[in-house]
Design a protein around this ligand. Structure first.
Ligand SMILES: NC(=O)c1ccc[n+]([C@@H]2O[C@H](COP(=O)([O-])OP(=O)(O)OC[C@H]3O[C@@H](n4cnc5c(N)ncnc54)[C@H](OP(=O)(O)O)[C@@H]3O)[C@@H](O)[C@H]2O)c1
Length: 306
């Protein structure tokens, strides 16, 4: 099978391509953003016409943490809407029948603590990443409409927060886990006595090691026709932000104190995916928090800028 992965050089893409490369019957297409910019509809059409993949795993997106989303909501909405619309309509017009679209748990209403697939479009979104969430919702809806109208199999996988090697460790643009790894590493290097945590540290978050998501994608590739239209993929349990800091501090060797800045935004108090549908398919996340954080810290240490 000829399989196109968009975003193949990002965090999830690196993990997925490593697994797919081990299979003999898959021919992988993994263009970089420079080779195939998904903001350019003509380039997509040209690429799909030339390569004719049989299935697309659409991982590419403008992705960022809370600060990046707050600072640039216009780009998080418009880039992601354009990327998704261009790619999905391009795939449709080239009659590519199978596509996995990657959503995000921020597609769900902000007032729910446990998030089930049927909760989509039943309430207000978290304002700090509303633009990104709206683009994901429109992408998932477009998948559904294409299936209804044309009988294709365009399915949406909705992961919880992810972390792992190839994550973005930028000091201001990163998600919680790479951000706290950098902070704790630098604090240890500079012999600092304290590290500031945004909020009171009690908000709960579900962060899954990226290999667990790509294990699910491997299963989904085989069973795309029987997958539900949208399916949550997460741990099914969560930790407080303080617990993530504590585990990372243990791995990194930071022995100072945590100070809480309650004036900073932390987003929702709790977000936990209901993963019953994924469990029904026989899947469950396998990586412990300690294992995932160690692997991620090892990757961070290998970066030239670290
Ligand atoms: N990370 C998370 O916590 C998380 C949680 C839930 C869902 N997701 C979703 O999972 C998917 C993978 O996320 P990730 O963490 O692996 O993200 P990532 O590391 O930021 O990778 C995203 C990839 O998309 C590419 N890309 C961005 N704009 C593009 C464009 N215009 N044309 C072509 N490629 C473009 C990026 O290329 P460049 O690097 O060259 O810009 C990058 O390779 C995304 O759809 C994301 O929304 C992520």
């Amino acid at each position: 099978m000829k399989l196109l992965i968009t975003g193949a050089h990002g965090m999830a893409g690196q993990s997925l391509t490593q697994k797919l490369k081990q299979l003999n019957d898959i021919r992988l297409l993994t263009p970089t953003k420079q080779a195939l910019n998904l903001l350019d509809q003509q380039a997509i059409n040209h690429y799909l016409r030339a390569e004719q993949p049989e299935m697309i795993i659409h991982l590419a997106a403008r992705v960022g943490g809370i600060q990046a989303n707050i600072a640039n909501p216009v780009a998080f909405l418009t880039d992601n809407i354009l990327i998704n619309t261009h790619l999905l309509t391009g795939a449709l017009s080239h009659k590519i029948k199978n596509l996995l679209f990657i959503g995000s748990s921020c597609m769900y209403p902000k007032d729910r603590e446990i998030l089930s697939e049927s909760d989509m479009l039943t309430g207000l979104l978290e304002p700090t990443n509303e633009g990104y969430a709206l683009a994901k919702i429109s992408g998932a809806s477009l998948c559904k409409y294409i299936n209804l109208q044309y009988g294709f199999a365009y399915k949406t996988i909705i992961p919880c927060n992810l972390y792992g090697p190839y994550d973005n460790f930028h000091p201001t643009q990163s998600h919680l886990i790479p951000g706290l790894i950098r902070k704790l590493h630098e604090a240890r290097q500079m012999n600092k006595n304290e590290v500031v945590i945004w909020g009171n540290g009690d908000a709960r978050r579900e962060f899954m090691y990226v290999d667990d998501l790509t294990n699910f994608i491997m299963l989904a590739i085989q069973r795309i026709n029987v997958l539900p239209q949208s399916i949550n993929v997460g741990l099914g349990y969560d930790y407080t932000i303080k617990e993530y800091y504590q585990m990372a501090a243990k791995i990194i060797g930071f022995q100072g104190e945590f100070v809480y800045d309650k004036n900073q935004p932390t987003g929702m108090q709790k977000k936990l995916l209901n993963i019953s549908l994924a469990k029904n398919l026989g899947w469950q996340a396998q990586s412990s928090l300690e294992y995932g954080l160690k692997k991620t810290y090892d990757y961070f240490l290998s970066l030239p800028t670290c």
